[in-house]
Structure formats: C-alpha cells, structure tokens
Design a protein around this ligand. Structure first.
Ligand code: DX5
Ligand code: ZN
Length: 223
C-alpha cells in the first residue's frame, strides 16, 4: 500500500483569535497538515470562517498543506476564492450537490489547482460516492455529524472505511470527528490513513506526543 499516515489537526476548537500561532504550534509539534473547518450556517447549524481568514492564515504560514473541509450548501461558490487563498485540498460534501454536478465541481477544483476531497455525513451510504471515487484524491468519512467539535466518535462508521480500503488500496481515506488516542486504533484498523483530530490534539498538554502516538498507530496498520 502506498498511502501514508498523516495527522491533520482541526483548529475548530483552538483559540481562533490566535489562529496563526495555534496553527504554527500544531505544525511545530508534528502536524502533517491543517484541517480547516469552513461552515456556512446552512449546510450545518454552525458558522466558522471563510476564505478571507484562510488567506490571512496563508500569509503567515507559507508552506504547510491546507485542507478546507467545506461544510457548505454550495461548494462550487467557494472554489476560486479558496484556491486564491492558497488551499491545497478542497474537501466538499456530496449531499447538497446534485449527483450530476459532483464530477463537474470536482473538475473545477482541479482546474483551480487544488486536490479534491469528497466527504460524506454519517447518514450517507459509502456506495453513494462509489462512482466518484476515481476523480477524488481523498475520501472523507465523517465519524460525527458535521457542525461541532468535541462530539463522540461513531464507531459504526468503520464499515464504510473498511469497504473503501478493501476496494481502493491506494486511496487516501480520511476520518473526522471524535478521533483521538482512544479511537485511533479503530480508525487505523479499518484502513483510514488521514486522521483529523480536533479537541484531542488541541487540548492536549503534550501535542507532540499525541500526534506522534496517533501517527505510529496508523503506520502500524498500513502494509
Ligand atoms: C466537525 C468538524 C471536525 C471537528 C473535529 O464538524 O468537521 O473537523 O472539528 O473535532 P473533534 O476531533 O473535536 O471531533
Ligand atoms: Zn472537519
């Protein structure tokens, strides 16, 4: 298997008034990428930040890999501004997009110079994205209902991850929601290799250790 173990902290529950410092600290402590949760108050019942803030962050942090997790009703709308803001991976939910438009949105993201992530909520079947996997760089299986950090991990999402890993050995499979030292083995065993972790990392007294330990667990399951 050629996929790599990567830990991408979510800064949702960090001190957003110190976003650059908090992000730099995570990177200095070994984060492989930053997972930036963008919410529009419509697709999810919460509001965070948009491309102006991502662009400001990019001005301070030049080289880190940025993923934006687009929990928005109209992902097509933010492709250009997010590309301009220096986003590397644009992950959007397939639920609000018409099935016939998912490939088009993915192509627009690639044409804008970003990688494509396809995300599914807990209530969405993994088979619903089967026909789009070939155009995706990453598939994100949500392990909580999107909208808030600090929720409990849903272990019953693991069959989706297992199915993806079985069928797509070289796919980057990401999990997000309630993932931390206690739940990482479950995700790793199922086949996830890109691990989003918010509160468990941001709130840790030793971020470096938590990031390192989780990466080691994921590596131990990658063949
Ligand atoms: C939830 C977000 C997650 C969340 C992860 O809607 O997409 O990225 O912030 O945070 P924890 O790890 O605290 O669940
Ligand atoms: Zn997220």
């Amino acid at each position: 298997m050629s996929v790599q173990a990567k830990i991408g902290p979510s800064i949702l529950n960090a001190d957003l008034s110190n976003l650059a410092q908090e992000s730099q600290k995570l990177l200095d402590n070994g984060a492989d990428y930053l997972h930036l949760d963008v919410m529009d108050g419509t697709f999810v019942p919460n509001l965070t930040f948009g491309h102006p803030m991502v662009k400001s962050l990019r001005n301070k942090i030049k080289t880190a890999f940025f993923e934006t997790h687009m929990m928005v009703q109209n992902p097509e709308q933010w492709i250009e501004p997010m590309a301009d803001a220096g986003v590397n991976l644009y992950t959007f939910h397939i639920e609000p997009v018409k099935p016939e438009d998912i490939s088009k949105v993915s192509r627009l993201i690639q044409e804008a110079g970003m990688k494509v992530g396809l995300a599914i909520k807990p209530g969405t079947e993994v088979k619903d994205l089967e026909k789009y996997v070939s155009i995706a760089d990453v598939v994100l299986v949500m392990t909580v209902e999107p909208g808030f950090g600090g929720q409990s991990f849903m272990a019953d999402m693991m069959p989706k991850v297992e199915w993806l890993r079985e069928n797509y050995p070289n796919l980057d499979i990401e999990v997000d929601g309630g993932v931390g030292p206690k739940t990482i083995a479950c995700c790793a065993k199922a086949g996830a290799n890109m691990i989003v972790s918010g509160t468990a990392v941001v709130g840790a007294s030793d971020q470096r250790q938590v990031i390192k330990d989780m990466r080691e667990v994921v590596k131990s399951y990658l063949k």
